[in-house]
Design a protein around this ligand. Structure first.
Ligand code: 13P
Ligand code: SF4
Length: 326
């Protein structure tokens, strides 16, 4: 029986061509100005969206930007929980998301009713929730964290409290290793990051033996164990900048390569392959497109709407995170 050959590796480096904006992109920039709108964009968005954003970053950076913006409208190019976080921090502002179906498998893996039941049965637990969760789950949590501050947040939880970490078991397991703090882990995971395997990364290392491997903590442990650095998407930029190597193997969603090549034009990045694909796209992040972004800014729709009670309940643990991570 014929076996399929492993996928070719995909290398990203800055193109020699100068970036030229399309008519659609020019119109987005014009509308942003006209409407006093700010475009906040996650590192996983497609390159044409990153090119017109006012800020491109990780979940922590985006939450901080959302907390301090004085724009009238926030257009969020990321997934639903990120736009929801921006709305919680800015209840009086219009928060737009080009596609309301842009969800997250991690967020889906922790339904609020199941967490509420678990809390009721275990009332003494201190709940630390990774920001990749719904507002209802945030409202049931004591403090929120992102991959960029999870270690520091867990280190600040009172030592006499047992922690339940939701919803990502992989990030939670990594944080336990970093802090030495035992935690109960909710059994959720990111469908995209768990596609990296020990075998797929070993193959990549054979071809680029000197390239440091940089992995997101949502990867499984056997993959994290192969990495030279495990960090949030924002930290990936500074790690690669400060490192003397000119080539890196990056184990996260493929949109990250655009941010890296733009900021570090003299370096190249090998997208971590999965078992059957040369790179790894998050299907939710990729739901936002330039036409949808343009239409959403023009029509001020789709908009994130939430009831006041939910905003109130979910704001406190987010504000606690921002206070604890200054
Ligand atoms: P970062 O906060 O590291 O950007 O991660 C967000 C995310 O959704 C990873 O899959
Ligand atoms: Fe959620 Fe994973 Fe997509 Fe991040 S990459 S938004 S964790 S599904």
């Amino acid at each position: 029986m014929a076996t399929s050959s492993p996928p070719l590796l995909q290398i990203f480096r800055r193109s020699a061509e100068p970036e030229k904006l399309s008519a659609e992109q020019e119109e987005i920039i014009r509308l942003k100005k006209e409407k006093n709108a700010v475009l906040l964009c996650h590192n996983y968005q497609i390159d044409p969206i990153q090119q017109v954003a006012d800020y491109v970053g990780d979940s922590l950076g985006l939450a901080r930007q959302a907390a301090k913006t004085d724009a009238d409208i926030i257009v969020f190019c990321g997934v639903h929980f990120m736009a929801e976080t921006a709305k919680i921090l800015n209840p009086s502002k219009t928060v737009l998301l080009p596609d309301l179906d842009a969800g997250c498998s991690l967020s889906d893996s922790c339904p609020a009713d199941q967490l509420a039941k678990y809390r009721e049965e275990n009332p003494d637990l201190y709940v630390v929730a990774y920001v990749n969760c719904s507002a209802a789950v945030k409202g049931l949590s004591d403090v929120i964290c992102t991959s960029g501050n999870a270690v520091s947040i867990v280190n600040q939880v009172p030592a006499d409290r047992e922690i339940l970490f939701v919803p990502d078991q992989n990030l939670g397991q990594w944080v336990m290793g970093q802090t030495g703090r035992k935690m109960r882990l909710w059994p959720g995971s990111c469908y995209a990051h768990v596609l990296f395997t020990r075998d797929s990364i070993e193959r990549c290392r054979l071809e680029y033996p000197n390239a440091p491997v940089v992995a997101h903590p949502e990867c499984i442990q056997t993959v994290r164990d192969l990495a030279d650095e495990v960090c949030s998407t924002e930290k990936m930029v500074s790690y690669c900048q400060d490192h003397s190597s000119d080539t890196f193997i990056i184990l996260t969603e493929s949109g990250m390569m655009h941010r890296l090549t733009r900021e570090l034009p003299d370096k190249q990045f090998v997208a971590g392959p999965t078992g059957n694909c040369a790179c790894n796209d998050c299907r939710y992040m990729k739901m936002n497109t330039l036409p949808k972004l343009l239409a959403c800014l023009r029509d001020e729709n789709p908009e994130i709407s939430m009831n006041e009670d939910l905003i109130e309940r979910s704001r406190l643990p987010i504000e606690r995170m921002l206070e604890w991570s200054v």
